[in-house]
Ligand binder design. Structure first.
Ligand code: GLU
Length: 299
């Protein structure tokens, strides 16, 4: 069992890594704030990274809009913003390293042929490299555990046994899994603070860290803001774009992070107070936070 303890480092480097498949919605503002407050509370750097490897769903106009919205809330990247689609050669090189060690295999399977496995790919197939193929990570019986300061101990036992995730798609686009690990390592990110929906992909990422021989960052997952059906508010279920530079929206977003400010005079003042007040232990064990009645206009 690999037991990943915190990245032992006194340099905190955090990030917010949106996929620009739509404008910033209320749930993503809450995530951006959590990663920002955690970094700033620990005198760290906070970096924005645009995760646009999926060229079929991401748009540069959304990326621009997301950055403008973040900036309108005084959330500025401490370093130049990295855009993943400009670094495909690097992901190709990393995939090549995995190929050389036979950690990946080519796959001709289609969505249809995998329907019986709920879209998972539980074992290695006999596929031809001469036909259109994706590249999948070989399964592993490795078991992972990580200490999430909000969600507690996360134990991953079957995640890697039941699925061989795609690292490069048939259409040539790299997957989030590969790009996120390569970039977090390259950018020396020490702490990930992100939504609890990403817990399900954490084991795959820890496995990739192992294959590359890298130390993973400290990882923690904040609760998901859910709608009245209990679903995460997301672009898929048409969450609205938030208004730019709107103090009442910021105050409500901070409320879900257990920060209730008295009467901030401005966005800058609210952020200063929020850094002081940020205490992730107040969210301990919380995976979902339903939107309160007064906030239903955000969806
Ligand atoms: N790009 C991912 C998303 O927008 C988040 C990646 C991460 O925080 O690890 O869902």
């Amino acid at each position: 069992m690999s037991n990943h303890e915190s990245f032992i480092s006194n340099i905190y480097r955090g990030r917010f890594a949106p996929s620009p498949t739509g404008p910033l919605h209320f749930g993503s503002l809450v995530s951006a704030l959590a990663s920002y407050l955690d970094a700033k509370k620990q005198q760290g750097s906070w970096i924005i990274r645009i995760e646009d490897v999926d060229g079929t769903r991401c748009k540069s106009s959304y990326a621009q809009q997301i950055i403008e919205t973040l900036n309108s809330y005084q959330l500025f990247s401490d370093e130049p913003i990295r855009t993943q689609s400009q670094h495909n050669a690097l992901y190709e090189q990393k995939l090549h390293e995995l190929k050389k060690q036979s950690f990946v295999f080519p796959c001709n399977c289609t969505r249809q042929s995998l329907a019986q496995y709920n879209g998972n790919h539980p074992f290695e197939c006999q596929s031809s490299i001469n036909k259109p193929h994706s590249w999948r990570l070989r399964t592993s019986s490795a078991v992972y555990q990580c200490q999430d300061s909000i969600q507690g101990t996360l134990l991953f036992t079957d995640d890697l046994k039941n699925n061989c995730p795609v690292l490069k798609r048939k259409d040539g686009f790299f997957s989030y899994q590969l790009a996120v690990v390569v970039d977090d390592h390259l950018q020396q990110i020490s702490h990930l603070v992100r939504g609890a929906d990403l817990i399900e992909t954490t084991a795959q990422q820890l496995y990739l860290y192992d294959l590359f021989g890298w130390t993973p960052p400290n990882i923690c997952h904040i609760p998901l803001i859910t709608n009245h059906y209990g679903d995460k508010i997301s672009k898929q279920n048409h969450a609205k774009a938030i208004e730019n530079h709107h103090l009442p929206t910021l105050i409500r977003a901070l409320h879900y992070l257990k920060i209730d400010l008295a009467a901030p005079s401005s966005i800058t003042d609210a952020l200063w107070q929020a850094i002081e007040a940020w205490d992730p232990s107040k969210l301990k064990g919380t995976k979902y936070l339903p939107l309160e009645a007064q906030d239903l206009h955000f969806i």
